[in-house]
Design a protein around this ligand. Structure first.
Ligand code: SF4
Length: 280
């Protein structure tokens, strides 16, 4: 984990860069909103307090004030894949090196005899009990105080044990030289690992460089159907970039579920079931 001075300089560098996108997330940090996500999130509601207790310094404590989660509303996803292209473009990734990927699931059963195609955007689940973190022999993969699972390319030795341990198959390996990219933070950092480094493992960074700057993750911003929400357990708010709702109500009222919940990895990505029928 970077020291305080290093983190401060990175954060300042991010803050200085030109912002052309709407800064929705500032609304998620409005003081006076009740903390806690309600009864629907019992295992995760304790996280802000737990993360704060773990915070090593004032900067970490500040970061831990938000506890990010993602919510994918599959009723709205029509497989446009703008999330994929925006993520790739903004992280300077090669074609086919996807940090978010939309899978198509075909269903035919007694309740759905005519069948439907379901589109399931899949990204790092930012597991609270992350198998990748547990197996990394050099501590290159770690949990950020705000809940993201990040990779420190300076530490990664490319052993790929994390790729084998991840039950969601969302990590990729940098086999090739990275695409040329601007050095936004002065040098690649776990919060914005751009450009990538050959011989290291990479995965969705939850756009930590954006959320800490009051901006939306790129996939949320790019989705034309507002199918992806970013939410904050600490303020119990979530936004799809267009509207802001109560996170707990969004999850509870729509029977949100987590992928492979039975593994007890405690994913921070929630799904609302559907098959694109709510295209806006
Ligand atoms: Fe790690 Fe995979 Fe969980 Fe992401 S989804 S935190 S890469 S185990």
């Amino acid at each position: 984990m970077p020291d305080e001075a290093e983190t401060e300089s990175r954060t300042a560098a991010v803050a200085r860069r030109a912002v052309s996108r709407r800064r929705f997330l500032q609304g998620l940090g409005v003081a006076g909103v009740a903390a806690g996500a309600g009864g629907a999130l019992i295992p995760l509601t304790a996280l802000p307090q737990r993360e704060r207790a773990l915070a090593e310094n004032a900067e970490d404590e500040k970061i831990a004030a938000h506890q990010w989660v993602m919510v994918i509303d599959m009723r709205r996803c029509t497989n446009e894949r703008d999330c994929m292209s925006s993520c790739r473009k903004n992280h300077y990734l090669h074609e086919g090196q996807e940090w978010i990927k939309t899978y198509t699931i075909e269903t035919h059963n007694i309740e759905d005899p005519h069948g439907h195609s379901h589109y399931m955007p899949t990204l790092c689940m930012h597991c609270q009990q992350a198998p990748c973190v547990k197996v990394c022999p050099v501590g290159a993969t770690f949990k950020s105080p705000d809940g993201a699972t990040l990779v420190d390319q300076d530490r990664c030795i490319g052993c790929r044990m994390c790729m084998a341990a991840c039950p969601y198959d969302v990590r990729t390996f940098n086999w090739d030289d990275p695409l040329p990219a601007p050095n936004v933070l002065g040098k690649p950092a776990p919060e914005y690992p751009v450009p990538q480094r050959k011989g290291t493992v990479n995965v969705c960074d939850m756009c930590t460089h954006n959320t800490r700057n009051g901006e939306l993750p790129h996939c949320v911003d790019a989705c034309p159907n507002q199918a992806i929400f970013v939410g904050d357990l600490a303020t119990d708010l979530a936004t799809d970039g267009k509207e802001t709702v109560r996170l707990s109500e969004l999850l509870q009222d729509n029977d949100a579920f987590r992928y492979k919940e039975e593994l007890n990895t405690q994913p921070r990505v929630f799904y609302i079931a559907g098959h694109g029928q709510d295209e806006s």
